[in-house]
Design a protein around this ligand. Structure first.
Ligand code: MLT
Length: 410
């Protein structure tokens, strides 16, 4: 008799974005003529940059020739990509990250989900609330979450509310926690932490031997000076933090799949008896055992994002999405909505009108205006009463969405 991992039975029926996709598909089936504008899941709409496409074509040719063909590559990523990442994303900013601290992967969703493999089940986990649902769901799967309470919280997870009241800056936990997930620029609220605010967390982790799992998938959208691009800009962070970066939103790789995770060699975890163990070694062991590397052609495509042309083209696309975000933000603000985020991020966090719940507002937008957002409560209890919109649509759809939104009276 094959026993199952019963933790899975505790999870809500489906993943947030699958749930939304199902609802939208049902609506579409019932209203085939509706011109639906999708500003829900953070999926990109612009094609890959020309420099990336050129690199892909060339890499395909490499695979067609016995002298340049590649089979299994290094699980951690080819040197050409790892060294390019180190030089451009770290050394260029004065940050000393070594090549063997970088692990190329197929996505930050996978890495933030899988990182729990190397961490003990007795750790107390803290999350900001609202939060990217993967952090919570994967801890439920692992058995760290406890039980789901009627208030929508898991009994063993420490929630750090991020709301208008605290300006979306999480307060330090009052109880001792071992692992903290931080995502900045934040998904879903689109808000950021300044260097000083992030330093508070690094100092907390240093003092409490805690681990910070820092998701900076939206780093490329930072426009303001005092917002750190990497947690390693904060002194001491290499001793307490793992950083996750992705090409998905940065360079349109949501369907192409490439990301990387930095696990510094200075970062230690502990056995129950207090012995220090290198998390870099553990992650390397996990990665090489369970993952066979990102395809060669995709790694060549990711490398091309850093060429002179590639950088210009990637930046132009980011600017396009940021402009969409500004259009939505300005449109909603001019109507009197309360709006957050959207300055260093492709996400806008909007307070629902007329005390509607998140799902009521979601349903209203879909049924009346044919616009898809993401209900804030889907990201956690503190997201109730909010809805997330993205700047990842096309410019035309974005403008159309803003003009439809004008029909709402606040
Ligand atoms: C989101 O919409 O929050 C993201 O696109 C989901 C993801 O990156 O997995």
């Amino acid at each position: 008799m094959a026993l199952i991992n019963e933790n899975y039975t505790k999870l809500p029926g489906s993943y947030l974005f699958s749930d939304i996709a199902r609802k939208v598909n049902e609506f579409k089936a019932a209203h085939p003529d509706a011109n639906i504008i999708r500003l829900g899941i953070g999926d990109v709409t612009k094609p890959l940059a020309p420099a990336v496409i050129d690199a892909l074509h060339k890499a395909v040719d490499d695979m067609a020739d016995a002298s340049t063909f590649r089979g299994y590559g290094p699980e951690q990523g080819y040197d050409f990509l790892v060294n390019t990442i180190v030089d451009n994303d770290y050394k260029a900013y004065g940050l000393d990250i070594a090549a063997d601290e970088v692990f190329v992967s197929d996505g930050s969703k996978s890495d933030t989900g899988n990182i729990g493999d190397i961490l003990g089940l007795d750790n107390v986990v803290a999350i900001t609330d609202p939060v990217y649902p993967v952090y919570v769901d994967t801890n439920v799967m692992a058995g760290r979450s406890g039980e789901l309470l009627p208030n929508g919280k898991w009994s063993n997870i420490v929630y750090l509310p991020c709301t208008e009241e605290n300006d979306f800056v999480p307060a330090l936990p009052t109880e001792k926690v071992d692992i903290v997930y931080l995502c900045y620029p934040n998904n879903p609220t689109g808000t950021t932490l300044t260097k000083d605010q992030l330093k508070v967390w690094v100092d907390y982790a240093l003092k409490n031997k805690a681990l910070i799992l820092f998701d900076s998938a939206y780093e490329a959208f930072i426009t303001e000076d005092n917002v750190p691009h990497s947690i390693y800009e904060i002194e001491g962070a290499k001793e307490v933090a793992i950083e996750f970066r992705s090409f998905s939103k940065t360079a349109g790789f949501t369907g192409t799949r490439c990301a990387y995770t930095v696990v510094p060699k200075a970062l230690m975890g502990y056995t129950k008896s207090g012995e220090k163990v290198s998390l870099n070694k553990l992650w390397n062991r996990r990665h090489t055992t369970k993952f066979n590397g990102v395809p060669y052609i995709i790694q060549r495509a990711a490398e091309a994002c850093y060429s002179v042309e590639g950088k210009k083209q990637v930046k132009a696309t980011i600017d396009y999405y940021l402009n969409n975000t500004k259009i939505i933000r300005d449109g909603l603000l001019s109507q009197g909505f309360k709006v957050y985020g959207g300055v260093n991020s492709p996400y806008i966090w909007v307070k629902t009108p007329k005390e509607m719940t998140s799902w009521q507002f979601f349903d209203y937008l879909l049924a009346e205006l044919n616009i898809v957002g993401t209900p804030g409560v889907g990201f956690g209890p503190s997201g109730e009463g909010y809805l997330r919109l993205t700047g990842f649509g096309t410019l035309d759809n974005t403008k159309e969405a803003v003009s439809r939104l004008k029909k709402i009276s606040i």
